[in-house]
Every structure is written in C-alpha cells, then in structure tokens.
Design a binder for this molecule. Structure first.
Ligand SMILES: [Fe+2]
Length: 504
C-alpha cells in the first residue's frame, strides 16, 4: 500500500463534457427511446378509419381472451375467434401498417392515439391485459394465422400462471415463437425488480457461467464449420435479461471479471452484460433486450474465424492481418445470418459494432446511415470493456481513465445520450474499482451514487499510512458522511496485492 499523499486530479472536467442541461438530457433520452420503440414496432401513425376499426380489433381480442377462458383449447369457438382476430389485423397489414396496442392504467392506445370511448367500453380487457403484464402488444406485418393460434394461450393467460414465470408474460410469448407479435409490460424505466441479495448473486453467477459455456461451444462449432444452436443462444440471452431485470447490480458486479487466456469469451460476456444493463436503463421491453443480448453475445463471433497467430499477435499487424481483423464484423454477420431464427437486429448489431456514431468506422457504409440503436449500445459497452482488459498488444487501462475516454468520445465515435446513461449506470469510478481518496486512504467502490457519478458509495479498506483498517462504508455524495473526502483516481489492485473480492 502506498502512503504518498495524492495530487488531486480534476475528474469533474471530462464528465462535464456530457453533463449539460436537463432539457438536453431529456431530448437525448427521448431520441433513444424513440429508436427503441421504432425498432420494436415500426411506424405508428393511423388514419381515422384505422382508429375506428380499433373497436372491432379490441372486441375480437376480448372475445378470444374470453373463449380461451371458457372453452378447452381444441374447441371450435377458439379457432373461430382466432381467425376473427387475424382478419381484423390483416386489414391493417394490407394497408401497410403494424398494429400496436398499449393498455395502461385506465386507457387503451392504438399507436400513440388514446382511444377515449374504447377505453370505457373495454375497461375489463384493459384491466386484464395490464394484470397479466401485457401492457404493450404489437402485431407486425408478416403475421400468419398459425402465429395467432400459437399466441392464443398467451392472450388467454391467467394471472396466477403468469406470476409463476421468470420474465412474466414476455417469456411465455417468447416460448410461443411468434416473431411477428411483440408483447411486454408497460412499466416505469429504472424501476428495478429486486430479489433477495443472496439469490440475485447466485442467479448472476449461474448466468455468467452458462454464457461462458455457450461461448466455448460456439467457438468449437465455428472452428469445425458446424451450425449454431439457436435455442441455446436465445435461452442464454433470456437468462441474461432475466438476471439483469431482477437485479442489474448483481450482474454488473460480475462484468469486471477478466481472463487473458480466454479474452474473447470473457469480453463477449462482459459486453453482453453491460449492453443489456445499459438497454435496461432505457426500456424494459423484454424482446428488445433479448435481441440486444443475442447481438452482444455474438458481436465478436467473426473473430473466432481469425487465425490465432493474428488474434494473439503482440507486435504490430501487417496490412493483410489488419484487413483480416477488420473483416470480423462482416464475417460474424455472415455466420449469424446463416443461423435461422436469429432476429435481424441481432445480425445488424454484429455487423455494425465497429461503426461510429459520426458515421465513420468499419465496415464502411454507402450511403451513410445511422447505426442501429442496438449497435450503438454494444459499441459503448465494447469500447469500455476492451479498454479495461489486458489484450495481447496493450495493457489494461484503469476504469476511470477508460470512463474518461468514453466520455470524450460522446458525439464522435459514441452516441452521447448512451454515454450519459452509461456513466449514470456505472458512475465515473465503477463498482469494484480500487480508489485513492484525497485523504490518502484507499477504498473499494461499492456502488455508484444516484446523484453524482464522481461521488460513489465506497468501503474504506486502508488508512493514510497504507495499513489495512476495519472496512467502513461511506456515501461520498452525502457531505455529512464524506467529511471532505473525494476520490482522486483508480488504483491497480494487482500491483498492490489486493483481492477486491475479499472486500465485497
Ligand atoms: Fe469487434
């Protein structure tokens, strides 16, 4: 332990690059959430006739829910109500629009349009849909009668049945395999579902190990030219989303794990955790987060076809080797595109993760177009994890240094709105960082503070003279508790013989 008294470093300066007015922040967040919504449901403007037709749509949806509750699954009345519902949805699709319904509190909306009279007429349906967690239902173009039939038990689901499921109604819908129907709860973003701390940590560890096993299997399959197992992949992404929605923090704690020997595997998991966690700051749409999770797990899969001598080379790459490395997003997207059942957005995410927010990066795109929202999320997570990991050709950066670079990249290589959310999520000194305080004490970061990303909750582990002390927790954002303390910078725990896990 060092006993040198530190020189204060102005960590606030780089952060202020993105910490502008609240209004601008609101604008950025609404831009990003609009992108997510468009990804999930497409355009949402409806004509007067289409709005009038919504009454018929709601009546048929209600009839199907009732039929599912009253009759056994094979009863002809159910097949008829399924067909009736399909017919009215098909009328919208024939006019070139997707159908998206939102049930929220006492209202029903078609797209963004509140249906005032229908909200009174269908109050029972609204209550039912909200109570089973189906606050948002979208029927996308390309829907078939078969999909409606597979989806029918989801519409008729009982509350108790849904409550018993991890992931709720959305996981029931995912299992029904209906690519043209999206369903999710409408809930307040950031409203974390919490479970017992111990359970959450166990679940997070099991999810981490499961994802690691998946990646090892993927490499084996790719190197032996075999096709990928899409259900294993999707189930892994779902458990990642479940774990993060239950307790984002328990999963984020594990995102700091590294392995030099299995860099690509650990990097892929960490990027997936950081991406889904960042996505969950913006939406709790289960389908979007699962698609994002699949894209993030697979983002570097193209590297599994690159020669190991190139991948692990410590010296500078030749131009041919560099070209091979830069080809990995295209190669990865080709591999994933050949795997049937993977959502298009996941494939796009693999292709675009090295593109930049300012339209640069690779592979080049002509005409210039913006990266998909999922690709922009993965780009932030990828940049942070790569910088903080030891790679064959570079030493890892300290967490605060990497965060400073991320902040400075806002608006150039990275989406500024996502960078803000990323800093809010992890803080400027992320959890598990070993930090030096202005008093000369050493501490481990326990969690970010909600009010100031530069003032986390810390656990002091060593005094001014470097000797270990009985750990004391302090919230540096609370001035009475902090008593003038602030974080100066991150320290390298390996050089100081400190095992962070011992203190958390
Ligand atoms: Fe990559």
């Amino acid at each position: 332990m060092s006993d040198e008294r530190p020189q204060a470093r102005d960590v606030h300066a780089p952060y202020s690059v993105t910490a502008e007015s609240g209004e601008e922040r609101e604008r950025e967040i609404s831009r990003i959430t609009a992108d997510i919504r468009d990804t999930a449901t497409g355009a949402r403007s409806f004509s007067a006739a289409q709005i009038t037709r919504a009454r018929d749509l709601l009546a048929r949806l209600y009839a199907l829910r009732r039929a599912r509750r009253l009759y056994p699954g094979e009863h002809p009345a159910i097949a008829q109500t399924e067909q009736d519902l399909f017919d009215v949805i098909a009328a919208y699709h024939a006019e070139g629009v997707d159908v998206s319904l939102t049930f929220f509190e006492d209202e029903v909306l078609l797209g963004e349009q509140v249906l005032t009279e229908d909200s009174m007429l269908f109050d029972q349906l609204i209550r039912d849909m909200v109570s089973i967690g189906a606050g948002s239902v979208s029927f996308l173009m390309g829907l078939s009668p078969d999909e409606i039939a597979r989806f029918s038990p989801v519409i008729g689901a009982r509350i108790e049945e849904v409550q018993e499921l991890d992931g709720g109604i959305a996981s029931l819908a995912e299992r029904a395999e209906c690519p043209h129907i999206l369903i999710s709860a409408v809930s307040v973003v950031r409203d974390d579902v919490t479970v017992e701390e111990g359970d959450a940590r166990e679940l997070a560890k099991a999810t981490y190990t499961g994802t690691l096993e998946l990646l090892r299997e993927l490499e084996r399959l790719i190197r032996s030219n075999q096709s990928l197992n899409v259900s294993h992949l999707k189930n892994t992404a779902r458990s990642l989303v479940d774990s993060i929605l239950r307790n984002r923090f328990a999963m984020l704690e594990l995102s700091g794990l590294k392995s030099f020997d299995e860099y690509t595997f650990y990097h892929s998991i960490n990027v997936a955790i950081l991406s889904v966690a960042l996505g969950s700051m913006l939406t709790r749409d289960y389908r979007f987060l699962s698609t994002l999770g699949v894209g993030a797990i697979l983002h570097d899969i193209g590297k599994m076809t690159v020669d190991l001598s190139v991948l692990n080379k410590t010296g500078p790459l030749t131009s041919d080797e560099w070209a091979e490395m830069r080809h990995h997003p295209v190669r990865g997207a080709e591999i994933v595109a050949l795997t049937s059942g993977v959502d298009r957005a996941s494939i796009v995410c693999v292709l675009e993760h090295h593109m930049r927010y300012d339209l640069g990066g690779y592979p080049p795109r002509e005409p210039k177009r913006r990266q998909h929202i999922a690709s922009r999320i993965v780009a932030v997570a990828d940049a942070y994890d790569a910088m903080t990991s030891q790679r064959p050709y570079s030493a890892p950066r300290m967490q605060d240094e990497a965060m400073g670079i991320i902040v400075k990249s806002a608006g150039s290589s990275l989406d500024p709105g996502l960078v803000r959310q990323f800093v809010d999520m992890l803080g400027y000194f992320p959890p598990r960082s070993l930090v030096l305080l202005n008093t000369g004490e050493t501490a481990v970061v326990v969690s970010p503070s909600a009010s100031d990303p530069t003032r986390p909750v810390i656990r002091i582990i060593a005094g001014v003279d470097g000797t270990m002390v009985r750990p004391v927790d302090l919230d540096l954002s609370a001035s009475a508790e902090a008593q003038g303390r602030s974080v100066v910078r991150c320290l390298d725990p390996t050089g100081m013989n400190v095992d962070i896990a011992e203190f958390l």
